[in-house]
Design a protein around this ligand. Structure first.
Ligand code: PBG
Length: 337
């Protein structure tokens, strides 16, 4: 007969990370990554029409807004501690060159002027791209023979739009067209126009992503033919993303962006490790739409899943997050656990 030991459970003598998880206060004390309302940027879609607040189906809680409806939104954001907005425009007319993009009477310049006059503490970021303003929906001008998006011909138009937004009082311009040399072209034009203090937030690594779907409904910017893969990046390319970021930093970007966020956290981490400029990640429309749709069906908990996704983006190394969930998240953070 074997002589069995009297204790049935063997004694574990190794490390015990669970010690730090025993109670909520202790867990809070050792939390490495905190979310704050001041990390968030709230996107806004500004229409040329007056008196409009038109809900965007695929981006619940967001609407196409008239300039005259901005005051209430700005008050709400400031009360929640959200410091900044990112503006996109829905113009009255579109043409082949996207000329409504630099019209000083267009929706974005008017929105900038209104917001800065009444809420000067709000940091206003203007997206700089042609896709909302071109009749073909591409981010640059086209070669009439081939339909290809022309890089160098697009640069002065982006620069013109950036100067128009700076003239209106934008604090930050954010070029998102993914044209080579766009940051340098915009920096030179801003400096030339006396806007040396205006910040450039470069959409440095922007991928050709299926997660932009709901945005194109919101901004009416779906390409009328083809797709954006000849200028936005291939989702499989990580090293190329770092090269894009390095170029934008060298061209004079003040802040860098990786977009989308959730499926590209490896890029966020690598950019954080290699570059010292402030880093922004964009949790795009499709990421938000997925969270909202699953929560609506009762498949996930909206609050926990949203805060988890935002925490992961910060943990990966983003300083700031552009997110359609900014208002909910800011509210949840003040409520506590
Ligand atoms: C403009 C632009 C897009 C987004 C931001 N700026 C659309 C696109 O590139 O097709 C997408 C943002 C989102 O999905 O929330 N080029």
């Amino acid at each position: 007969m074997l002589d069995l030991p009297t204790t049935t459970t063997p004694r574990y003598t190794g490390p015990r990370p669970r010690r730090l998880r025993h109670n909520p206060t202790l867990r809070r004390m050792v939390r490495e990554t905190e979310l704050r309302a001041s990390d968030f940027v709230h996107p806004l879609f500004i229409t040329f029409e007056p008196g409009v607040e038109r809900p965007i189906g695929a981006i619940p809680g967001h609407a196409q807004l008239s300039v005259d409806r901005l005051d209430a939104v700005a008050d709400e954001l400031i009360a929640l501690g959200i410091p900044s907005v990112l503006l996109f425009g829905l113009p009255a007319t579109k043409d082949a060159r996207g000329s409504a993009g630099w019209d000083p009477a267009g929706p974005v310049p008017r929105a900038i002027a209104t917001l800065k006059a009444r809420h000067p503490e709000l940091v206003v970021i203007a997206d700089v791209c042609l896709c909302e303003y071109t009749d073909h929906g591409h981010c640059g001008v086209l070669d009439s023979a081939t339909g290809a998006v022309l890089n160098d011909e697009t640069l002065p138009l982006l620069a013109r739009a950036a100067v128009a937004y700076a003239d209106a009082g934008a604090d930050i311009v954010a070029p998102s067209a993914m044209m080579d040399g766009q940051v340098a072209a915009i920096r030179a034009a801003l400096d030339e126009a006396g806007h040396g203090e205006v910040v450039i937030l470069a959409y440095a690594a922007k991928f050709a992503s299926a997660f932009y779907g709901p945005f194109r409904e919101a901004a009416g910017s779906t390409p009328s033919f083809g797709d954006r893969r000849a200028y936005q990046m291939d989702p499989g390319n990580g090293r190329e993303a770092l090269r894009e970021v390095a170029l934008d930093a060298a061209e004079g970007a003040d802040m860098l962006m990786v977009k989308p966020a959730g499926a590209y956290l490896d890029i966020v981490r690598q950019v954080r490790d290699r570059f010292d400029l402030p880093l922004v990640a964009y949790q795009v429309s499709g990421e938000y739409a997925m969270l909202q749709a699953a929560a609506e069906r009762g498949w996930i908990d909206e609050r926990r899943a949203t805060l988890e996704s935002l925490t992961a983006i910060r943990r990966a190394g983003a300083d700031l997050i552009i997110t359609y969930a900014a208002r909910q998240a800011a509210r949840w953070l003040t409520e506590g656990e």
